[in-house]
Design a protein around this ligand. Structure first.
Ligand code: ADP
Ligand code: MG
Length: 594
């Protein structure tokens, strides 16, 4: 096993963490200086205690010979006791200051990492967000970030303990060189005896990380699929698998806890042995200066406590260290996938154009077929465009590209004749909105759900949009009308139709010039659908409306229809021309699939 300087792995971990969060150097210096101060004042304090003890025992007739400090000997006991009190107070204040700094390092780095990781997540592109396991980010921000800030705090307190330790040993050397040297030699031997424990801690830390990740994925999956797991009656196998994975995590954590628990015990016993050895030396070589020997033993006792702090920090550092790379990877992935938009303002969408647009999803291990294959079309404000095609033909992909949620792999997407990437994000999101197939409610009032966190939307506008979305009557029937609290799990929900109409109200409350609806009626019965189709039809007064449709009733009002098949454009024409130009349409009509 490679022999390493005691703090070597901490220094490596510290360097790795620098990429995530910076602890100001001034803070580390301050803590180090305070640690040195504590070492010095406490050493003198202990020397005074030993000397006063010996003096009181009557050896020097009331005059104190200060252990190791011949030059300032001859001070009276009361004066020394006074100095002792003052030094004790100084040590206490310095120790408090160290704790204040440690607390600040801990909470600051935690807050900074949390903010940064979340910021990068919000700025990353939709494909990167979509690829994320639900609640993974939450686990990283809530659980794994504190691991790293606790580790940084441990390293700084380890450093402080190390500095104090060195100073204690230096004082011991001054006060009673022979005893100190013997003890340092024993300390080094101890360090090597404990070395294998560090190896166990490092390996267990890595194993523990891997097992945590596996367990997380299983939990996330099984919670998300909990309804299916119940209805298919597969709770037992899922429980068994998760139980095995819990065991896999238990083993490395058990080893880590053992190392953590054993180290202090071993240290304490070792310290007692060292003290006995020190006394043995004193006895063997007939040392007479009891004040010095007493002081040296006291200081060494404290030095060993510091050594214990230095070494017992190792297992928790080893446990946290593997998570640094995890956090760095995640942040870098978010960062690398962020899109950069231009600064031009999009005042209103007058015309959109796809020119030979192709798109391919990235899948692990191999190449997915083109989800969109060389699609071209143009549409104008005031039109209602229907998009149809078999399942998997690329309709949802098309809507996401129209919304600029991802980039075409080849081809160009223009709005008002300009490349869409030139437009600023703010003006884009004001003009272009999506009504998704399944929209998400936030835990807030109906009013806030329609406003959806955007500023400058008045209550009047909210009520107006509810009228347009045919939602008002049902809202007013709720217990608290627009103030009724709704949300996803754990809150009052809404029916599928109400939810879709709320989603439409949300989309039109700040009038956009391009509205994209992805199968807005797919989860609805015919009556609920009629209301929505009527609403959609009226939207085109001020906007271009593109609606992915799966029923003829939606198509009836469309000015033109785009038919997709295997990602290709099969037709783009008026409704009455569809029969001639689209095979899919003919087949669908014949089988009543539309
Ligand atoms: P539609 O909305 O018309 O049913 P989609 O646009 O959702 O079709 O899908 C088009 C094609 O892309 C399908 O072959 C589908 O399997 C594939 N696809 C959709 N989403 C993903 C994804 N996240 N990763 C990989 N392939 C995908
Ligand atoms: Mg779809």
């Amino acid at each position: 096993m490679a022999v390493k300087f005691p703090l070597a792995s901490s220094i490596d971990a510290w360097k790795e963490a620098k990429d995530l969060v910076q602890v100001p150097r001034s803070r580390v210096w301050l803590v180090s200086v305070l640690g040195a101060g504590v070492g010095i004042t406490e050493s003198i304090f202990l020397a005074i205690i030993a000397s006063v003890g010996v003096a009181i025992a009557g050896k020097h007739g009331g005059q104190v010979k200060l252990a190791g400090f011949g030059a300032i000997s001859g001070i009276s006991v009361p004066v020394l006791l006074g100095i002792g009190v003052a030094l004790g107070a100084v040590t206490m204040v310095a120790s408090f200051l160290i704790q204040i700094e440690l607390a600040r390092i801990n909470t600051r780095t935690m807050a900074e990492m949390r903010r940064e990781l979340y910021d990068e997540f919000t700025k990353t592109s939709w494909p990167a967000m979509r690829g994320e396991v639900e609640s993974a980010l939450i686990t990283y921000i809530i659980n794994h970030v504190p691991r790293v800030s606790n580790m940084l705090t441990s390293i700084v307190s380890q450093l402080t303990a190390f500095i104090t330790l060195v100073i204690f040993l230096a004082f011991a050397l001054i006060v009673a060189p022979l005893v100190a040297i013997a003890i340092i030699v024993l300390g080094v031997v101890l360090y090597f005896i404990f070395l294998p424990m560090r190896g166990i801690a490092a390996k267990s830390g890595e194993d523990s990380k891997v097992a945590t990740r596996v367990l997380f994925m299983s939990f996330a999956d099984s919670v998300a699929a909990s309804r299916e797991i119940k209805t298919y009656g597969v709770g037992e196998p899922v429980r068994q698998r998760i139980s095995r994975e819990i065991d896999d995590l238990e083993r490395p954590q058990y080893r880590l806890r053992l190392v953590q628990g054993f180290l202090p015990i071993l240290y304490q016993r070792a310290v007692f042995m060292i003290l006995l050895a020190g006394l043995g030396i004193v006895y063997a070589v007939h040392l007479k200066d009891l004040g010095s020997i007493g002081a040296a033993l006291l200081i060494v006792l404290r030095a060993m406590q510091q050594a214990q702090l230095v070494q017992s920090a190792e297992p928790s550092i080893a446990e946290a260290r593997p998570w640094i790379a995890e956090l760095v990877n995640r942040r870098d992935r978010y960062r690398a996938n962020a899109f950069v938009f231009g600064t031009n303002t999009l005042d209103a969408v007058e015309e959109i154009e796809f020119e030979n647009v192709s798109y391919r999803y990235e899948v692990e291990g191999g190449e997915a077929p083109l989800a969109l294959d060389n699609v071209s079309f143009k549409a104008h404000r005031g039109e209602l465009i229907g998009v149809i095609g078999p399942s998997g033909s690329g309709k949802s992909t098309l809507t996401e590209l129209i919304l600029r949620l991802d980039k075409p792999h080849t081809g160009t997407y223009r709005i008002n004749g300009r490349d869409t990437w030139e437009f600023s994000e703010e003006s884009w999101t004001e003009q272009i909105v999506l009504v998704p197939q399944f929209s998400h409610l936030i835990a807030a009032s109906v009013e806030e759900n329609i406003r959806f966190l955007r500023e400058g939307i008045t209550r009047d506008a909210v009520e107006d949009s509810a009228v347009k979305a045919h939602l008002t009557e049902e809202i007013l029937e709720l217990d608290h009308g627009f103030e009724t609290l709704i949300g996803e799990r754990g809150h009052r929900g809404l029916s599928g139709g109400q939810r879709q109409r709320l989603s439409i109200a949300r989309a039109i409350v700040r009038p956009p010039s391009l509205i994209v609806l992805d199968e807005p009626t797919s989860a609805l019965d015919h009556k609920a659908e009629d209301v929505i189709v009527e609403t959609i039809e009226r939207l085109r007064e001020h906007a271009l409306v593109i609606v992915v449709a799966h029923r003829l009733s939606t198509l009836r009002h469309c000015d033109r229809v785009l038919v997709l098949r295997d990602g290709k454009r099969e037709a783009f024409c008026k409704l009455d021309e569809l029969n001639n130009s689209s095979e899919f349409f003919r087949e669908a009509r014949a089988t009543n699939a539309l």
